[in-house]
Design a protein around this ligand. Structure first.
Ligand code: FES
Length: 150
């Protein structure tokens, strides 16, 4: 991790510049850069937009438009750990709704609905950070909530 949540703006700028440097030579670099910033910081801070725009020779409005368009790219840091719970058909057939109330009822975490995490045969599935978990039963859901909520 190059940048930590809560880092000073200068540290964020250095971290964003390092992420940009990793990708700027590739075609279609904007989304990989924004995804990496999101992964590192949990959001795409406003201060990242001019850095990315300048590096890719785009306008700030273009970069801002992409950040606004994609639901997974957040403009503010999350106030709680986020659990992404799959509610697509395969996971529903395997009991996603039976465990959903456990996640949704816990104030320590925020729950986002997603539609497929690529672990359909092992559903119900959920994602915390960059880790995907399958075969979530009640006991596993409670463990995930405990770990995510720390
Ligand atoms: S349907 Fe849930 S992981 Fe694919």
């Amino acid at each position: 991790m190059i940048v930590q949540k809560g880092s000073e703006p200068e540290a964020v700028a250095r971290g964003v510049a390092a992420i940009v440097a990793r990708h700027e030579a590739r075609e279609g670099a904007l989304l990989p850069i924004l995804n990496d910033i999101q992964a590192e910081l949990g959001h795409v801070p406003a201060g990242a937009i001019p850095i990315v725009a300048e590096a890719l020779n785009l306008s700030r409005a273009e970069v801002h438009g992409v950040v606004s368009f994609y639901h997974d790219l957040k403009r503010e840091p999350p106030d709680r750990p986020v659990v992404k719970l799959c509610r697509a058909e395969a996971c529903q057939a395997r009991g996603a709704e039976r465990i959903a109330h456990l996640f949704e009822g816990d104030p320590r975490i925020a729950v986002e609905t997603v539609f497929c995490l690529g672990l359909c045969a092992s559903g119900p599935s959920a994602m915390v950070g960059d880790r995907v978990f399958g075969r979530i039963d009640e006991a596993r859901a409670r463990r995930l909530i405990e770990e995510a909520g720390r």
